[in-house]
Design a protein around this ligand. Structure first.
Ligand SMILES: Nc1nc2c(c(=O)[nH]1)N[C@H]1C(S)=C(S)[C@@H](COP(=O)(O)OP(=O)(O)OC[C@H]3O[C@@H](n4cnc5c(=O)[nH]c(N)nc54)[C@H](O)[C@@H]3O)O[C@H]1N2
Ligand SMILES: Nc1nc2c(c(=O)[nH]1)N[C@H]1C(S)=C(S)[C@@H](COP(=O)(O)OP(=O)(O)OC[C@H]3O[C@@H](n4cnc5c(=O)[nH]c(N)nc54)[C@H](O)[C@@H]3O)O[C@H]1N2
Ligand SMILES: [Mo]
Length: 702
C-alpha cells in the first residue's frame, strides 16, 4: 500500500491544479484518483481521500502513473511497418497517411466480406468510452465479426448468472462486519487491496479468515487458515461443505424453502460428496474440510454473518463455471443472505445500469446490413482462429485485426499459435497502444493512444457500487489520440455518415448511464453511489427467472447440460504416468496488472525477473535450486525461467507468475507458451490454470 506517490521528475512551473479521475485498470477496486498538475505536467497521482472506497490509498502500480505516462518508450506518433512481420521495423507516418491507408485496406476487405475484419479488445482500460463506445459503433456499422470477450471472467460470470441471476451480491464494505470470511481463489492483497482493508477490519473485530488457494499467496499467509487445494477442485470442496451442512443439519430450512429452487436435487447430489471423497480429489486433509464446514455452519447456529469473497482465480479451469455455481449455492443453505455482512461477492458489475444500446449502437448493424448477423469469434481461441481457412462452418478467413486495450500475443493462451497467427504476412493488423508491446511488434500500423490522464471516461466497478468519472488532467502526449477519436476519424474516412459518429466524448459520457445517474453530480464530485440494497437477497428476490437462488438451473438443463453444479475434472489432471506430472498455475505478479506495467522500471525492479515457484519436494528430485534456469515444457511449448524453491508452492503444483512480456523472458516466451486453448464448461472461457507441465534444469548457456 503506498501513501506517498512518486513525484515525476520533470521540472514544472506554473499554476498547480488537482484533477479528479478514475483508475482505468482491470481491477475490482476502481479507485478514485486525484492528479496534481503543475504547469501542465502531471507530477503526482494519489487516491481521492473523499472517496470512501478508495480512502486516499492507491496500490504501488497506479501511484506510478506519471512514470508510465511520461515513459521514454511511450508511442508518440503513428508508425507503419517497413520490415517483415514481427521484425519490429517501423517508421513514423502522419495520422492522415495512416488513417487513409487503414480505411482503404479495411474498405477493400469489407467489400468482399466485412466478417473478415475482427476487432480484438479487452480491459486495458475499463473505461466505458475508451472501450465500449465509438469502437463498437464502428464495427457494428462495418458489419465486422463480433468478438466473444471471454478471456477473464466468462465461466464464473455464467455460473453466477445461472445461480443468482447475475453478477450481483454483497456490498463490499459490509465484509468489515462479517465474522467468517472465506477468500476463495483470490490473492486480495495483490489484486483487490481495498477489499483487504475491510477483511482486516473484520479480523480486528474477531472474524476468522480462511483462504482457499493452491498457492500460499501473500493473502493466504495472513489468514487464520489456508486450504491449499489442487487447481480445479473447488466444486468438490463446495459439495463436501454442503454434505456436512446437511448431515449436521446446519441448514436454514425456512430460507431454503422460500427462496431457493431445486433443493431436493441438490441435496441428493451433495450427499454423494462425503469429505473423504473430496479430500482425495482436492489433495487436502479431511479434517480441514470438516473444520471449514463447522465454522460455516456455526455462523447459522450463532446468528453470525458469514461471507465469501470469490474471485476469478478458481474459474480458469475446465469446471470453472460449475465451481462458481457450487460456491454461489452455499450462502442460501445457511441463510447467510439474511445479514448485510453475509452472502457472496464475485463481481458487482451486474448492478450497474449501463445503457449499452446508447453507447454501442447495435442497431447500426441491422440498419446497414439488414438480415445479417455476423459470426462471433472467441478471443480465447484467437491462436486457432487466425490459422483457420474460410469454410462453411467458420466463415471467411480473418484478413484484418484491429487490436486495442489488449495485448493478446502475451495474454492469450497457447501463444506459440497466437504468434504464428499474428505473423501471417497476409493479415492486416492495426494496434492502438501506449507502448510497443509483444502484440504491437506484429502490427502493420501502430496508432498512439492517450492514457487515462489524457482523456475523458466514465466507469463502473466490479468490486464496489460507485460510478466514477475521469477527467483529462493533461494534454495528450505527442500525437496520441483517445480511442474514441481514432474510431471517429476512421469512420469519417470510411464514409460512415451516421450522426452518432460525431458525438463528442462529453455526449458519450452523458449517454453511459442516461438518466440513471445524475451527471452534474458526477461532474461535481467525481463519483456517485448506486442505490443497491444493503442486504439484497435477505427476502429472496434474486434476478433469476424464478426469482429464487437456482440450485437447479432449468436453463442449463434445457441446453442439455447438468442442471446441478458438479465437480468437473480438469482437462489435464496430474498422474504419475503422465509425461507432464506437475500442474502449473499462472496467477498475476503483484506489481503488474496482467501484462501492463511490465515495462515500468520501478515496478519491474520489484518483480525483478520471471520466476517459477516450486515446492522443495518437486525441486529436489530434479536437482533444481533457487536461481537455476529451468525449462518448463509440455506438448505445446517451452518456457525458460528462473526457479524459486518456495513454500508458496504446494507439492505437485508450480506457480509461473505472470504476465511478463514475451520479449522480457529468457527464451523470448512467457507462461502462455504452455497454456491450452481448451474452453470452460460454461461461458466458453480460457483454462489458464488447467495445464500440466514438466520442469527440468536447462542446459548451461540456455
Ligand atoms: N496486482 C494485480 N491485481 C490484479 C490483476 C493483476 O494482474 N495484478 N489482475 C486483475 C484481473 S484482470 C482480475 S480478473 C482480477 C481478479 O483477480 P484474480 O484473477 O482472481 O487474481 P488473483 O487475486 O491473483 O487470484 C487468483 C488466485 O487464484 C489462485 N488459484 C489458481 N487456481 C486456483 C484454483 O483452481 N482454485 C482456487 N481456489 N484458487 C486458484 C491463484 O493461486 C491466485 O492466488 O484481479 C485484478 N487485479
Ligand atoms: N497465463 C495467464 N494468462 C492470463 C491470465 C492469467 O492469470 N494467467 N489472466 C487473464 C485475464 S484475467 C485477463 S483480464 C487478460 C488480460 O489481458 P489484456 O486485457 O490484454 O490486459 P493487458 O495485458 O493489461 O493489456 C492491456 C493493454 O491495453 C493497453 N491500454 C491501456 N489503456 C489503453 C487505452 O486507453 N487505449 C489503448 N489503445 N490501449 C490501452 C495497455 O497499454 C496494455 O498493453 O489476460 C489473461 N491472461
Ligand atoms: Mo481479468
Amino acid at each position: 500500500m503506498t501513501r506517498q506517490p512518486t513525484t515525476h521528475s520533470t521540472a514544472a512551473t506554473g499554476p498547480t491544479s488537482h484533477i479528479r479521475g478514475a483508475c482505468p485498470h482491470d481491477c475490482p477496486d476502481t479507485c478514485a484518483l486525484v492528479t496534481t498538475v503543475e504547469g501542465g505536467v502531471a507530477t503526482k497521482v494519489q487516491g481521492n481521500p473523499d472517496h470512501p472506497q478508495t480512502g486516499g490509498v492507491l496500490c504501488a502500480k497506479v501511484s506510478r502513473y506519471p512514470e508510465r505516462t511520461y515513459h521514454p518508450e511511450r508511442l508518440l506518433t503513428p508508425l507503419k511497418r517497413v520490415g517483415p512481420k514481427g521484425a519490429r521495423q517501423f517508421e513514423p507516418v502522419s495520422w492522415d497517411a495512416a488513417l487513409t491507408d487503414i480505411a482503404a485496406r479495411l474498405t477493400s476487405i469489407a467489400a468482399r466480406n466485412p466478417e473478415a475484419v475482427l476487432p480484438y479488445s479487452y480491459a486495458g482500460t475499463m473505461g466505458l468510452l475508451q472501450g465500449e463506445s465509438m469502437d463498437r459503433r464502428f464495427f457494428n456499422r462495418l458489419g465486422a465479426s463480433q468478438l466473444d470477450r471471454t478471456i477473464c471472467s466468462a465461466a464464473g460470470g455464467e455460473g453466477f448468472v445461472q445461480t443468482l441471476g447475475g453478477k450481483v451480491g454483497m456490498k463490499v464494505e459490509f465484509f468489515a462486519e462479517s465474522k467468517l470470511i472465506i477468500i476463495w481463489g483470490s490473492n486480495s492483497i495483490g489484486s483487490n487491496l481495498h477489499f483487504w482493508r475491510h477483511a482486516q477490519q473484520a479480523k480486528r473485530d474477531g472474524a476468522r479468515l480462511v483462504c482457499i488457494d493452491p498457492r500460499k499467496s501473500e493473502t493466504a499467509e495472513k489468514c487464520h487458515e489456508h486450504i491449499a487445494l489442487l487447481p480445479g477442485t473447488d466444486a468438490a470442496l463446495a459439495l463436501a461443505l454442503m454434505h456436512e451442512l446437511i448431515t449436521h443439519d446446519w441448514l436454514d430450512h425456512a430460507y431454503i424453502a422460500q427462496h431457493t429452487l431445486g433443493w431436493a436435487e441438490l441435496k441428493a447430489r451433495a450427499l454423494q460428496w462425503p469429505p473423504e471423497r473430496a479430500a482425495s480429489i482436492c489433495g487436502v486433509p479431511v479434517a480441514q474440510i470438516k473444520l471449514l464446514a463447522h465454522d460455516y455452519g456455526q455462523c447459522l447456529v450463532t446468528g453470525q454473518p458469514a461471507a465469501i469473497r470469490l474471485n476469478y482465480g478458481m474459474q480458469r479451469v475446465r469446471g470453472g463455471g460449475n465451481a462458481a455455481r457450487a460456491v454461489a449455492c452455499l450462502p442460501a443453505l445457511i441463510g447467510a443472505w439474511r445479514h448485510r455482512a453475509g452472502g457472496v461477492l464475485l463481481s458487482s458489475s451486474g448492478m450497474f445500469p449501463v445503457d449499452k444500446h446508447a453507447l454501442q449502437r447495435p442497431d447500426l448493424l441491422a440498419l446497414h446490413h439488414p438480415g445479417k448477423s455476423p459470426r462471433t469469434i472467441n478471443m480465447s481461441t484467437i491462436g486457432n482462429d487466425l490459422a483457420a481457412d474460410s469454410s462453411a462452418s467458420f466463415g471467411p478467413k480473418i484478413e484484418a485485426l484491429v487490436v486495442y486495450n489488449s495485448n493478446p500475443v502475451a495474454v492469450a493462451p497457447e501463444s506459440g499459435r497466437v504468434v504464428q497467427g499474428f505473423a501471417r504476412e497476409d493479415l492486416f493488423t492495426v494496434v492502438l497502444e501506449h507502448f510497443q508491446t509483444d502484440t504491437a511488434d506484429y502490427a502493420d500500423y501502430i496508432l498512439p493512444a492517450t492514457t487515462q490522464l489524457e482523456h475523458w471516461d466514465v466507469h463502473l466497478s466490479y468490486g464496489h457500487t460507485d460510478v466514477l468519472l475521469n477527467r483529462p488532467a493533461i494534454a495528450p502526449q505527442g500525437e496520441a489520440k483517445p480511442n474514441t477519436q481514432i474510431f471517429r476519424e476512421l469512420a469519417a474516412r470510411m464514409g460512415f455518415r451516421d450522426a452518432c459518429f460525431s458525438d463528442s466524448d462529453e455526449t458519450l459520457c452523458r449517454a453511459v448511464y442516461g438518466s440513471a445517474v445524475d451527471f452534474n453530480g458526477l461532474l461535481d464530485k467525481g463519483f456517485a453511489t448506486l442505490a443497491w440494497p444493503d442486504a439484497p437477497f435477505a427476502g429472496g428476490g434474486f434476478p433469476t427467472p424464478s426469482g429464487k437462488c437456482e440450485f437447479f438451473s432449468a436453463r442449463l438443463a434445457a441446453q442439455g447440460l447438468d442442471g446441478l453444479p458438479d465437480h468437473v475434472p480438469n482437462f489435464e489432471v496430474p498422474g504419475a504416468s503422465s509425461d507432464y506430472p506437475l500442474a502449473m498455475i499462472s496467477p498475476p505478479a503483484r506489481n503488474f496488472l496482467n501484462s501492463t506495467f511490465v515495462n515500468v522500471k520501478s515496478l519491474r525492479d520489484i518483480e525483478s525477473e520471471p520466476v517459477l515457484e516450486m515446492h522443495a519436494d518437486d525441486a529436489a528430485p530434479r536437482g533444481i535450486t533457487t536461481g537455476a534456469v529451468v525449462r518448463v515444457f509440455n506438448q505445446r511449448g517451452t518456457y525458460l525461467v528462473k526457479a524459486e524453491v518456495s513454500g508458496r508452492a504446494r507439492p505437485g503444483v508450480v506457480n509461473g507468475l505472470g504476465i511478463w512480456w514475451r520479449k522480457s523472458g529468457l527464451g523470448g516466451t512467457n507462461v502462455n507458451q504452455l497454456t491450452s486453448q481448451h474452453l470452460t464448461d460454461l461461458g466458453r472461457g480460457p483454462v489458464f490454470y488447467d495445464c500440466l507441465v514438466e520442469v527440468c534444469l536447462a542446459p548451461a548457456g540456455a
